[in-house]
Design a protein around this ligand. Structure first.
Ligand SMILES: Nc1ncnc2c1ncn2[C@@H]1O[C@H](COP(=O)(O)OP(=O)(O)O)[C@@H](O)[C@H]1O
Ligand SMILES: [Mg+2]
Length: 596
């Protein structure tokens, strides 16, 4: 038996995140290349500065020695050229670094974040309904907003300072060895220690960043629930308990952020301290070398300057490594979503003319592996028949509709529409042969006209008005101040739930498909509108194969076939009259409803 759901387990990728991120950086390859080039130029210029300074100092030292010997040089204009050079190099270092930062932060980060966010929104369209069932909206929201931002905004910065830092360390070490290998050795000996410290502590901060971002997901969900259920929370005086949940998540977030940042921040002072020690040793030893004529004063100054310069990349790398841990934690969540198993795309199409014969052949299905719901269900429906599905709440009525619409894949068996197995054609083409009116009306932000016209492409005003007329909605729409141009959305207070339902029925009239599904369409409406909805639905069902789920049994007494289901199984089947005569489960539900 094929079990599709087991493939859809939420998994968070752990390995190869850095490798994947590097692969991702290829998308902005041009910017990265330019950034690296500018970085290298800025570093090269900064490496030249101590050489010039050392040269100037040696010249001045000579001057001083000559003065000691009684020779006073009148012309010191030869110092102007190196001073101008020095100024130019200082300017170039900052200029290149500035342009690089502009490119990295603005161009690449935005480009990168945007590209990944697009990948994620494309992904949502391909995710199976089962993923949506088990994932809270806040979780998806936080991954698509804050996690992507952290990933996009920090990845280049962190990678940049690590790459630039390495280049700088190599460049500085080479230059120092050229001047004096003994002094260079002392400075360079501190590099592995600093690296070990940064990477070790960096790794320890990763788990706190993991926790921080997963709390971010919880926080989004919590806010979404509190805001979405605002009225319910007020009605049941749940403000305090919601606040407690919020405080809990907030506290957890603060704790992980504080710990993560604390670990990241202790690296810098330790490195600075180690660097200062090497600096003092260089000053002492350098002084000795200069006095012993092993090195010029300018040479000592150059090495001191280089050793000071070396503190920068070491501290930056520590920062970069902590940045990478943040990026890794955020990327795990982003990739966790991007890696979800998708619905397999199927190219086949349903036949263009649908008569409406539907057969369920030995279908079995369960939402969760340990809870079998439907097993070996067989139903045969002829074109134009009206099938009512009846049963207690949780019996599996909506599940049958979900399977018919291919929101979920069957564990086994087949659903055949007009001779075509619906699992062999694309989901879009299956959904195109059905009209649906559900308990939850789904209206989007837009005018009434747009909401109804949504049922079919390229419809005219007349067609929409006609559909609304058939759905008994025309009258109430005309009484609205802006008529068909009235702006609505799902939360609009100016329409009653019954009126919203009439609009979805009008939408179904307009789409006019061969198969119709009505799932508890009258559950949420006032009794006055219910009569209208009932009339509209009766008209809508004309000449269509219909699957009707209704909690009021009076609406289904005329069905050609009534399926009584309980716990996923058909327990009785027949017409209303036959089932009443049988005096079984159906008769029991029917009589209990009428005795109330
Ligand atoms: N998305 C889902 N994931 C897991 N279980 C579900 C899901 N939807 C429904 N169920 C379970 O399947 C059973 C049948 O549900 P449903 O078909 O919605 O019943 P109803 O007859 O009230 O329409 C119920 O026990 C319900 O809890
Ligand atoms: Mg239901």
């Amino acid at each position: 038996m094929k079990n599709v759901k087991s493939e859809n387990k939420v998994k968070e990728p752990n390995d190869n995140i850095v490798k994947r991120l590097l692969g991702e950086v290829k998308r902005v390859g041009w910017g990265v290349t330019l950034g690296c080039l500018l970085s290298a130029l800025s570093i090269a210029c900064s490496l030249a500065i101590p050489i010039i300074l050392s040269d100037i100092i040696d010249q001045l030292n000579n001057l001083w020695l000559q003065k000691q010997g009684g020779i006073i040089a009148e012309d010191i204009s030869y110092l102007i050229k190196p001073l101008i050079l020095l100024f130019s190099f200082y300017t170039a270092v900052e200029l290149f670094a500035y342009v690089k930062m502009l490119i990295m932060n603005n161009v690449i980060s935005r480009h990168f974040t945007c590209a990944i966010r697009m990948d994620m929104s494309d992904k949502i369209a391909r995710l199976p309904v089962s993923y949506v069932d088990k994932t809270q909206p806040g979780e998806v929201l936080s991954r698509m907003t804050s996690d992507v931002s952290v990933m996009g905004n920090s990845v280049h910065g962190a990678a940049d300072i690590i790459v630039a830092g390495m280049l700088q360390i190599i460049g500085i070490s080479v230059m120092m060895f050229i001047y004096n290998w003994q002094l260079a050795l002392i400075v360079v000996a501190f590099v592995p220690f600093s690296m070990w410290l940064s990477s070790g502590l960096g790794k320890r901060s990763e788990k706190y960043f993991d926790k921080l971002f997963s709390c971010g997901g919880k926080l989004f969900s919590c806010v979404e629930e509190t805001y979405g259920g605002y009225m319910t929370i007020k009605a049941f005086n749940l403000e305090k308990s919601r606040e407690a949940i919020h405080t809990g998540i907030n506290g957890e977030m603060m704790e992980s952020e504080t710990k993560g940042i604390y670990i990241a921040s202790i690296v810098q002072p330790i490195i600075a301290f180690a660097n200062s020690i090497s600096y003092v040793i260089i000053c002492l030893l350098g002084g000795y070398f200069a006095v012993s004529n092993l090195l010029t004063v300018g040479g000592v100054v150059a090495i001191i300057l280089y050793s000071k310069q070396l503190a920068n990349p070491l501290e930056q790398i520590a920062d970069g490594i902590s940045g990478i841990q943040r990026v890794k934690a955020a990327s795990k969540r982003v990739y966790g979503m991007l890696d979800q198993a998708e619905m397999a795309p199927i190219r086949g199409e349903m036949p263009s003319k649908i008569k409406g014969n539907v057969d369920f052949e030995h279908i079995s299905f369960r939402y969760t592996p340990d809870k079998p719901l439907i097993s070996d269900l067989n139903i045969s429906v002829k074109s134009g028949q009206k099938i009512a599905i009846v049963g207690p709440t949780g019996a599996g009525k909506t599940t049958i509709v979900n399977l018919l619409m291919r929101f979920y894949d069957l564990d086994s068996g087949k659903i055949i529409v007009d001779g075509t197995d619906i699992s062999a054609v694309s989901r879009e083409s299956v959904r195109n042969v059905f009209s649906m009116v559900l308990q939850d009306t789904w209206l989007f932000k837009g005018t009434i006209f747009e909401n109804v016209a949504y049922g079919k492409e390229g419809v005219t005003r007349e067609e929409v008005e006609q559909a609304c007329d058939s759905a008994y909605a025309h009258h109430f729409i005309r009484t609205l101040p802006q008529g068909y141009d009235t702006e609505i959305d799902e939360s609009t207070a100016n329409l009653s739930s019954g009126q919203k339902q009439l609009l979805t029925i009008a939408r179904a009239f307009l789409s006019d498909r061969a198969l119709l599904i009505l799932d508890e369409a009258t559950s949420n409406v006032d009794t006055r509108t219910e009569g209208l909805i009932q009339k509209a639905m009766d008209k809508l069902m004309h000449k269509k194969t219909c699957f009707v789920i209704a909690h009021r049994l009076s609406t289904i007494v005329n069905a050609d076939l009534i399926l009584v289901i309980n716990k996923g199984d058909i327990v009785e089947m027949g017409t209303h009259k036959e089932l009443l005569e049988k005096d079984g489960f159906y008769a029991e539900i029917f009589n209990s409803q009428y005795s109330i």
